[in-house]
Design a protein around this ligand. Structure first.
Ligand SMILES: [Cu+2]
Length: 474
C-alpha cells in the first residue's frame, strides 16, 4: 500500500516543485492530512513597476511582479498550497476571500495569524471547495489598494457547465494622477490626528481619506488597451466578474445583449436574466450571454459620467469591423437585478423554520464628523465580539445610518440573505452584501466553522478606519 500511495503523491504533486513527502502529509495548522491532489503555487509579494496601458509607469505592490496577481485555478476537492515570500518593506498576509476554510489559513493579521514580516515566508494550505469564483488579497492595511489581489477559480469536479468560452474579469479602481495608484492615496484626514490617542488606532496619524479614483481597469489594463473579449456567433459565453476594488461599486451593462446571472459569490442561483447588474466590492457574479448579435460592443459601468478612466470592456465578434465599439445605454425600461430577485439553488440542509439561536443588530455609521467608520459606535480593534456557539443559527441585522453603501463581508462562512417573501431554502447564499445608505439588510448563517472570524465593510478605507469586528466561537 505504501508504494501505491507514494506513486499517487508523486503524480498528484505534478511538475515544478520537488518535495520530500513523508508517508502522511500533515500541515502544521491542519488537523487532518491532506487528501487528493495538491496544487502548489509560489507567490512573492514585492514592489514592481507596472503600467495600466495608459499613463506613466508606477510602482505597485504585486504578487510575482504583476497586477492583478496570477490566477489560481484548481478543481474542487484539490488542496491549494501557496508558498508566500514577503519581499515587501511591510508585513503582509493573504486572505482567500469567500472560501470557508480552516481558521488558521484565513490570513487576517492579529485575528488568525501573525502577519508575515519582511523577508519571511508563510505556507497557506486549504481545501479548494466549493466550486466557484473567488479572489485572494492582502489583508494588511491599504495593501489591497496598492495591487495585492488576484482571481481564484475553483472549477467543478464533475459538471463543467454549459458554455463555449469563459473570461475572468477583475474590475479595479486606480488613482492615475501623481503617477499611479499608490502615492496619490496617501491623504490623511486632518481630523485623524487628534483622535488617535483617544481611539487607540494603530495607524499613525489616523486613517487615510478615500482617494478619488480616476482609472477603472480590467485585469490590469485601462480601455482602450484592454484586449477585446473575442466571441463567435452562436457561442455561449461565461464571464466571471470579480470586484477587488478598494472603494468602487459598479453598475454594468453589456450593449446589445442581456446577461443571465448563474452564480453569485461562487454559489449557484436560479438563472436570472437582466440588463443591468450591480457588483459591490468583494462580490462576484458569474454571468452568461448568447453571442447572437454580431458586432463590436462595450460592457461598461454606468458611473463616473463616461470620462477617460471609465470602466469599459470591448466585446468583439470574430469578423466584425474593429471600429468604435457601441456603448450600452442605461435609459429606458431595463431589467435591473436586485438581491430580492435572486433565488438560491442550494437547499438548506436544516431549514430554520423561523428558529434563530442568536441575533445581532449592527448599526453602520460614521464618515460625517469623524474620519472613523463604526459598527454600533465602535472602532476596530476596540470592537464588539459577536459570540456564537457551534451549531447556532445566527442572524445579523444591519442598519446603515450613514450616507455611503457598505459591502459587509463575513469570513469563514456563507450566509443567506433573509427574504420573508420567499421560502428560506431559496434564500440566496453569499459572503458579501451591500447595505445601502439608510437601508437595512438581514443575513443568516449556521455557525459551522470554528474559529475567530473577521467581519467588516469591504470598502478598504472604511475597514481600516474601524468598520470591523469579529465573530467568535464560544
Ligand atoms: Cu463601508
Amino acid at each position: 500500500m505504501a508504494i501505491t500511495r507514494r506513486q499517487f503523491l508523486k503524480t498528484a504533486i505534478g511538475a515544478g516543485v520537488a518535495l520530500q513527502v513523508p508517508g502522511v502529509l500533515l500541515h502544521p495548522f491542519s488537523a487532518r492530512p491532506a487528501t487528493g491532489p495538491i496544487r502548489e503555487f509560489r507567490f512573492s509579494a514585492s514592489r514592481a513597476k507596472v503600467n495600466l496601458g495608459r499613463g506613466p509607469d508606477f510602482v505597485a505592490w504585486t504578487y510575482n511582479g504583476r497586477v492583478p496577481g496570477p490566477e489560481i485555478r484548481v478543481k474542487e476537492g484539490e488542496t491549494i498550497r501557496v508558498f508566500l515570500k514577503n519581499l515587501l518593506p511591510q508585513e503582509t498576509t493573504i486572505h482567500w476571500h469567500g472560501l470557508p476554510i480552516v481558521n488558521a489559513m484565513d490570513g487576517v493579521p492579529g485575528v488568525t495569524q501573525a502577519a508575515v514580516p519582511p523577508g519571511e515566508s508563510f505556507v497557506y494550505e486549504f481545501k479548494a471547495r466549493p466550486a466557484g469564483t473567488f479572489l485572494y488579497h492582502s489583508h494588511v492595511e491599504y495593501q489591497l489598494d496598492q495591487g495585492l489581489y488576484g482571481p481564484l477559480i475553483i472549477e467543478p469536479a464533475h459538471d463543467p457547465g454549459n458554455f463555449d468560452r469563459e473570461y475572468t474579469l477583475m474590475l479595479e479602481d486606480w488613482v492615475m494622477k501623481d503617477g499611479g495608484g499608490v502615492a496619490a492615496t496617501r491623504r490623511r484626514s486632518p481630523m485623524g490626528r487628534g483622535m488617535m490617542g483617544r481611539r487607540g488606532f494603530a495607524n499613525k496619524g489616523g486613517p487615510l481619506l478615500e482617494p478619488v479614483y480616476d482609472g477603472f481597469a480590467v485585469n490590469g489594463k485601462l480601455y482602450p488597451e484592454i484586449e477585446p473579449l473575442m466571441v463567435k456567433t452562436g457561442e455561449r459565453i461565461k464571464l466571471r466578474l470579480i470586484n477587488p476594488s478598494s472603494s468602487t461599486i459598479y453598475t454594468l451593462r453589456l450593449a446589445g445583449h442581456a446577461l443571465t446571472i448563474t452564480h453569485v459569490d461562487g454559489n449557484p442561483v436560479k438563472p436570472l436574466r437582466t440588463d443591468v447588474l450591480r457588483i459591490g466590492i468583494g462580490e462576484r457574479y458569474d454571468v452568461e450571454f448568447k453571442a447572437d448579435n454580431p458586432g463590436y460592443w462595450l460592457l461598461s459601468a454606468m458611473e463616473r459620467g463616461g470620462g477617460e478612466g471609465q470602466l469599459r470592456i470591448p466585446v468583439r465578434y470574430k469578423g466584425s469591423q474593429p471600429t468604435e465599439p457601441v456603448p450600452p445605454v442605461f435609459r429606458g425600461p431595463l431589467r435591473f437585478a436586485s438581491y430580492a430577485d435572486l433565488r438560491g439553488k442550494l437547499p438548506d440542509e436544516s431549514p430554520s423554520m423561523g428558529k434563530v439561536d442568536r441575533a445581532f443588530r449592527q448599526i453602520l455609521s460614521g464618515g460625517m464628523h469623524s474620519p472613523y467608520w463604526t459598527i454600533n459606535g465602535r472602532v476596530y480593534p476596540n470592537a464588539e465580539r459577536l459570540v456564537v456557539k457551534e451549531g447556532d443559527r445566527v442572524r445579523i441585522k444591519y442598519w446603515n445610518r450613514s450616507m455611503m453603501p457598505h459591502p459587509m463581508h463575513l469570513h469563514g462562512h456563507f450566509f443567506r440573505l433573509v427574504n420573508p417573501a420567499i421560502p428560506p431554502d431559496t434564500w440566496v447564499l453569499k459572503d458579501t452584501v451591500i447595505v445601502d445608505s439608510m437601508q437595512g439588510m438581514e443575513i443568516e448563517f449556521v455557525a459551522d466553522n470554528r474559529g475567530k472570524w473577521f467581519h467588516h465593510c469591504h470598502n478598504l478605507y472604511h475597514m481600516v478606519a474601524g468598520m470591523a469586528n469579529t465573530v467568535v466561537y464560544a
